[in-house]
Design a protein. Structure first.
Length: 373
């Protein structure tokens, strides 16, 4: 959840569990990549006039803190992002972009609004038609996102009703289920400005003056005091309003083959920085349900892009197919009924096994965008 800023402690925790702060990725852009140099106090973008269509950023972190880099459209709508860039590391992001005004933001410590640099994207004389297989992937992914959001609404409504009825046991039962759809399409949800921090911010990651609302605010009440208050009724109502706002907006999201591919990688980053560490669901310990949602969303993205990946890079296709199967098999070990065991029952060695599986999948997944660009 990029808008819910992660602490350095979270990054250290990830490293201890065996997931590197970032797995470097490569593309076929070579010398055409725009260099971005991030330090603790600067965000230097070597070229600020970009072309419409495919672009690649080569990001180098020369600072002392873990950083993340975003490309924002107006209203802080996320075009692309890369989190967990450790000191001394270089990574590449390949993405597609339309003409307009944008900002590149570097966020030392992965906090705040970031150090920003304005960029302009100019249009091209003619646009290459999209491969019909990729056009189908975009249409099918858009349908997948809408279906996930639509089908999760009734569960969220039941969760909100339980909170407002003061039924703590029922609300606990529905809490993780109401989040699963969100977790599977989170990169799209995050693209709509402030909806993510309002709905999904964690208490430990709040900025000064930021109100604690959304799922995790209710999670805290349910698993600490268990005493639902009138304030919780208000938070529940607000969560439902924000979710319906998301439901109305997802159909307008800008989706491209590279945004689908980068979104899959972002979902694996979500697992590495929040779910594997146990920091996402600090009170309920329902992290494995979120883990499952993130992996399911990433797998769907890959499956939709597979026709092109299998043709252009058969080795990558085979690796990703095998790694998704491996992580699905590992998750299955923790299934309990229609959910998962409480994450506080998963020991350090088991968590390391999970983090190793995430890392093994994240590295080849980082190459997906360059293949379909």
């Amino acid at each position: 959840m990029p808008a819910a800023r992660r602490t350095l402690a979270a990054i250290v925790g990830t490293a201890v569990l065996g997931v590197p702060a970032l797995v470097a990725c490569s593309s076929d852009a070579g010398g055409d990549a725009v260099k971005v140099t991030a330090t603790d106090k600067k965000c230097e973008v070597a070229k600020t006039d970009w072309s419409e269509g495919k672009n690649t950023l080569k990001i180098t972190n020369k600072g002392s803190q873990v950083t993340e880099v975003y490309v924002y459209a107006q209203g802080d709508r996320i075009i692309t992002e890369r989190e967990n860039i450790g000191p001394g590391l270089s990574v590449e992001i390949t993405f597609e972009i339309k003409p307009g005004q944008y900002e590149v933001a570097c966020k030392p410590g992965m906090k705040g609004d970031g150090i920003r640099q304005a960029v302009t994207v100019a249009g091209k004389a003619e646009e290459k038609p999209l491969d019909p297989r990729l056009a189908k992937a975009v249409a099918d992914y858009r349908a997948f996102v809408q279906e996930r959001v639509d089908s999760s609404l009734p569960v969220l409504e039941q969760f909100v009703a339980a909170v407002k009825a003061g039924d703590t046991a029922k609300a606990k039962e529905l809490y993780a289920k109401s989040r699963h759809g969100w977790e599977s399409i989170e990169p799209v949800a995050e693209s709509f400005g402030d909806l993510d921090p309002k709905m999904d911010a964690r208490e430990a990651d709040l900025e000064p003056g930021q109100e604690f609302t959304g799922w995790h605010r209710l999670e805290k009440t349910l698993w600490t005091t268990g005493q639902i208050t009138p304030d919780d009724h208000t938070y529940a109502d607000r969560l439902l309003v924000d979710y319906k706002d998301l439901q109305a907006k997802v159909g307008t999201a800008e989706i491209t083959p590279t945004s689908i591919a980068n979104g899959a990688k972002e979902l694996l980053d979500e697992v590495a920085t929040g779910k594997v560490t146990g920091e996402e669901e600090a009170f309920s310990h329902t992290d494995l349900v979120d883990f499952d949602g993130n992996v399911a969303g990433a797998k769907k993205a890959f499956e939709l892009l597979r026709p092109v990946v299998a043709e252009k890079d058969p080795a990558l296709d085979g690796t990703l197919t095998a790694e998704f199967a491996a992580i699905d098999a590992l998750l299955a070990k923790y299934r309990q009924g229609d959910g998962y065991v409480s994450y506080d029952t998963v020991g350090d060695q088991q968590r390391k096994e999970l983090s190793d599986a995430v890392n093994a999948l994240a590295e080849p997944l980082s190459k997906l965008a360059a293949v379909v660009a």
